[in-house]
Design a protein around this ligand. Structure first.
Ligand code: ZN
Ligand code: ZN
Length: 216
């Protein structure tokens, strides 16, 4: 999950009915045909089970609608306007409480990815392989960006890309195969090969590894 405005994570909302701090939660996906979205990525909900709104809500909903449910107090970011959110159970929304620290980390990862994708077009002329490596080594990055990055790898023809890729665990084997192919081409162009015993780079024609002295 990514939120555009991290400052909402610093907001403190106090439930006016029970004086407890409201929990910052991810908004549920908007139902198709609902028309109106929440207009926010997170909102603040009073998840206190002793909150009068919640305690009295069960009876209210039973009387008015004849089904099981209650209300939780909710406020949108930047607003003190109180909304009553209908919930079907005690545990509703408890699974979508936002961890601000994890959210900040995710945001940071995402903005790094975005910058790297934006830099792909110019990184070759700037001789900057960093965006390419960032995307290749980021398992959470979107596949399109990573595939584009791998295709640039060959053009950089830079042997220093090999170690980080070899030390990375890929979740997608297709991407790993593309990387392997790019590395094979880069090695060939540089008249190098990887020693099958110690993985160090050596001359393509070498009969004996310079590093581990193994016979090839
Ligand atoms: Zn409350
Ligand atoms: Zn070796």
């Amino acid at each position: 999950m990514y939120i555009r405005d991290l400052s909402v994570l610093d907001e403190v909302h106090i439930c006016p009915d029970c004086n407890e701090t409201m929990s910052c939660c991810e908004v549920p996906p908007v139902h198709v045909g609902d028309g109106l979205g929440w207009g926010a990525e997170v909102f603040f909900i009073c998840l206190n089970d002793d909150c009068p709104t919640f305690e009295n809500g069960w009876k209210k909903i039973d009387t008015n609608y004849g089904h099981k449910g209650s209300f939780r107090n909710m406020q949108l970011p930047g607003s003190k306007e109180l909304n009553a959110l209908m919930v079907g159970s005690k545990i509703a929304f408890t699974g979508s409480i936002v961890d601000p620290e994890a959210m900040r980390e995710q945001n940071e990862r995402y903005s790094t990815e975005k910058k790297a994708v934006a830099a792909l077009d110019t990184c070759l002329e700037n001789n900057d392989m960093q965006p390419v490596m960032t995307l290749i080594l980021d398992e959470a990055a979107r596949p399109e960006g990573r595939v584009a990055a791998v295709s640039l790898l060959k053009k950089f023809n830079d042997l220093s890309c090999i170690d980080p890729i070899r030390n990375h665990t890929f979740r997608k084997t297709a991407l790993e195969q593309d990387c392997n192919m790019a590395i094979a081409q880069i090695l060939k162009k540089n008249f190098q090969k990887e020693c099958p015993f110690c993985a160090e780079l050596i001359k393509a024609q070498a009969q004996k590894c310079l590093h581990c002295k193994a016979d090839l």
